[in-house]
Design a protein around this ligand. Structure first.
Ligand code: GRG
Length: 327
């Protein structure tokens, strides 16, 4: 088994024989292939070097790995409500495009100014600043083009009304109801982070709910919508995904601190990242942040109670994967 423990606790899950790692690997692969097709260079543009450059920069950013948590969340939520995984494919691709573009813009000089992403040059370092900005813009546009046309292109029948609701959900999560708003709030906190008491826990939560959790929520909710979930099912998935989204960020902060501590040769958990507001810092230590993560995991799992264990297994294991991941 791999590095990620998903700690099964219920006997019914042992007997169901559900293998989450296999599920994640298989769906991550199919999402990768679908993204590859969605970003194919049109033959008519092969002799247009600038156009080629734009598409290469988009492909570089989307097809460079990543855990594919958001797409798999969309697929698992679709199956949770009884839908076919294929119905969630356009949603899965769209949320990963939005995620990838947010990383491209995040690493640009006017934002975090990072030269590396996933162990290789970031998009602006590899393709230049103009291309990176435009690759992000074009990926955001393509996400919605793909939601509008992806079903017909793949021969999948999903009622237009469901597709439209998923467009609204993901657009809100990318923009004023999520990532863009959260990123600006985060930038406003920068520099205040090291002054104890200036960034409150409520502000930190506001940033992360918007910047990180909202897109994970939109992925799951959209998967449930296109899968034909009832209103109650979609809202159950939303409550589950809200917890998982926040859990994702709390664990990110814990990993940040423990990695930094190890890198500095200090005792893991004792040293807190100096000039950044994190959950370990505002909650009073890594152990407290870890306890909060466990609480969020329990709340997410509680949303899956009373549902057939086999049907709930992918969402349950995905929450545990997020809780116990090591990267
Ligand atoms: C989306 C319209 C729009 C604008 C973008 C720059 C910006 C505005 C937002 C930055 C958002 C950001 C970087 C959020 C952090 C999210 C996060 C926790 C990323 C890490 O996600 P993983 O661990 O990454 O899923 P992998 O590499 O596995 O894909």
């Amino acid at each position: 088994k791999g590095r990620h423990s998903t700690k099964p606790r219920h006997a019914d899950e042992f007997s169901s024989g559900f293998d989450f790692e296999q599920y994640l690997t298989a769906h991550a692969k199919s999402v990768h292939e679908a993204l590859d097709r969605a970003l194919a260079l049109p033959a008519r543009l092969e002799h247009e070097p600038d156009h080629h450059w734009l598409i290469e920069s988009m492909r570089y950013s989307v097809l460079s790995g990543g855990k594919r948590v958001r797409p798999v969340l969309a697929i698992a939520a679709c199956e949770f409500v009884g839908g076919d995984a294929a119905a969630a494919a356009p949603v899965a691709c769209a949320v990963e495009m939005v995620h990838a573009m947010s990383l491209v813009h995040d690493e640009m000089p006017c934002m975090d100014d990072d030269a590396l992403r996933r162990g290789r040059p970031s998009c602006h370092a590899a393709f230049g600043e103009h291309a990176a900005l435009l690759a992000g813009d074009a990926l955001l546009a393509l996400a919605f083009e793909h939601l509008a046309l992806g079903y017909a292109d793949a021969g999948i029948v999903v009622p237009a009304e469901r597709a439209l609701r998923s467009v609204a959900e993901i657009a809100n999560a990318a923009g004023i109801g999520g990532v863009a708003a959260g990123q600006l709030a985060d930038k406003a906190c920068e520099g205040r982070g090291s002054r104890v008491g200036v960034v409150s826990l409520a502000t930190l939560e506001h940033v992360h709910v918007h910047k990180t959790a909202r897109l994970l929520e939109a992925a799951a909710v959209s998967g449930a919508i296109v899968g034909g979930g009832t209103g109650a099912e979609v809202e159950r998935v939303r409550r589950y995904a809200r917890r998982v989204g926040l859990l994702f960020q709390v664990v990110d902060d814990v990993l940040d601190v423990t990695r930094t501590s190890v890198e500095l040769g200090k005792t893991a958990g004792k040293d807190l990242v100096a000039d950044k507001s994190t959950y370990p810092k505002l909650l009073g230590g890594v152990d407290k942040a870890r306890a909060y993560a466990d609480e969020l995991l329990a709340m997410a799992e509680a949303e899956l109670e009373g549902v057939d264990a086999r049907r709930a297994a992918p969402l349950r294991q995905l929450a545990r994967f997020v809780a116990y991941r090591q990267n």
